[in-house]
Design a protein around this ligand. Structure first.
Ligand code: ZN
Length: 310
């Protein structure tokens, strides 16, 4: 069955945008890569050039975004692009960029998914490998909780609870395959509170943050023209982040993740906890049904807006 083989891109694709935290323009090129090489990043503007594997061992910071690095070469805010790779079923690719941060695009993974679709997927002659969870693994950190249990698919059940009238409690539960990821998750944008955004910018963070790349909330309303993309966009973005961070396993995971008030920190702690004991998992090959239809077809207008800067 086709979709259980590894995939890379048919051709290289380019993207230009600003970094959410640095506010600087970054040019990004995503290139095809050989089987079993995974997703790797390279900073074109740093000497000597090193390939940084998008693997949990190379994570250097998880405070506001997920950062990987080797020596002086670091790349931050990789999670939305990683989520797009995971969601679109790309196993192997090289991401070259000329700055320290992946561009924010629209604050979701959607533009990256459109970009990957534009490149086209190339089947490779090697089975895809999966990290199959064999027994429950749990992490608690403050009031955050996350665990993973054995499951024949990638399933996610997340709940958030914010002291804000427009968010409050939201819950998402579902099996994620390529189609459900694209339809339900990929367009959910990152979000922030106006007060916190102002404070972060005063401290040199979120300098590129704007209503173009994040949902911004005042005390009682969404400031973005057009409002939300889904009523539960907030928890869906948490799922998007989780998918991206867990792809730092270097392969898709077969397990049911359950979480409450999750974030980059507990995502990375969960992955470390899983990998710390080989009794927790096995690496396996699994047949997965192919995607039934092109997920872009229904998205015409937004897709053309998203690719305008590609
Ligand atoms: Zn995010």
């Amino acid at each position: 069955m086709n979709s259980s083989l590894q995939h890379t891109l048919k051709k290289s694709v380019r993207f230009v945008g600003i970094g959410l935290h640095t506010g600087k323009e970054v040019r990004l090129v995503i290139k095809p890569a050989p089987v079993n090489s995974g997703i790797r990043f390279v900073r074109k503007d740093v000497e000597p050039k090193v390939l940084i594997p998008a693997r949990i061992q190379y994570v250097t910071d998880v405070r506001f975004a997920t950062t990987i690095g080797i020596g002086n070469s670091t790349v931050s805010t990789i999670e939305h692009l990683m989520s797009a790779f995971a969601g679109a079923g790309i196993d192997n690719a090289i991401v070259e960029l000329d700055g320290p941060e992946v561009p924010a695009s629209d604050g979701s993974a959607y533009s990256f998914c459109v970009l990957l679709d534009k490149a086209g997927k190339k089947e490779q002659k090697q089975p895809r490998r999966y990290l199959k969870i064999l027994r429950p693994v749990t992490v608690r950190n403050g009031d955050s909780f996350i665990c993973i249990e054995p499951c024949s698919n990638m399933k996610v059940t997340l709940e958030i609870d914010f002291n804000h009238p427009l968010i409050a409690k939201q819950r998402f539960s579902g099996v994620l395959d390529e189609q459900s990821y694209i339809e339900k998750i990929s367009r959910a944008r990152t979000f922030g509170f106006l007060k916190e955004v102002e404070m972060m910018q005063a401290n040199g963070l979120a300098l590129g943050g704007s209503l173009d790349n994040a949902v911004v909330l005042s005390e009682h309303s969404v400031l973005n023209e057009g409002g939300l993309r889904f009523p539960d966009e907030f928890v869906k973005h948490k799922v998007l982040d989780l998918v991206g961070d867990l792809y730092l396993a270097g392969m898709p995971i077969l397990g049911h993740v359950k979480g409450f008030k999750t974030g980059h920190m507990v995502h990375s702690q969960l992955l470390q906890a899983i990998l710390s004991n080989s009794d927790n998992y096995e690496v396996t090959e699994k047949e997965v049904p192919p995607v039934k239809k092109s997920f872009w077809a229904a998205q015409g207008k937004e897709a053309s807006a998203a690719v305008a800067n590609i």
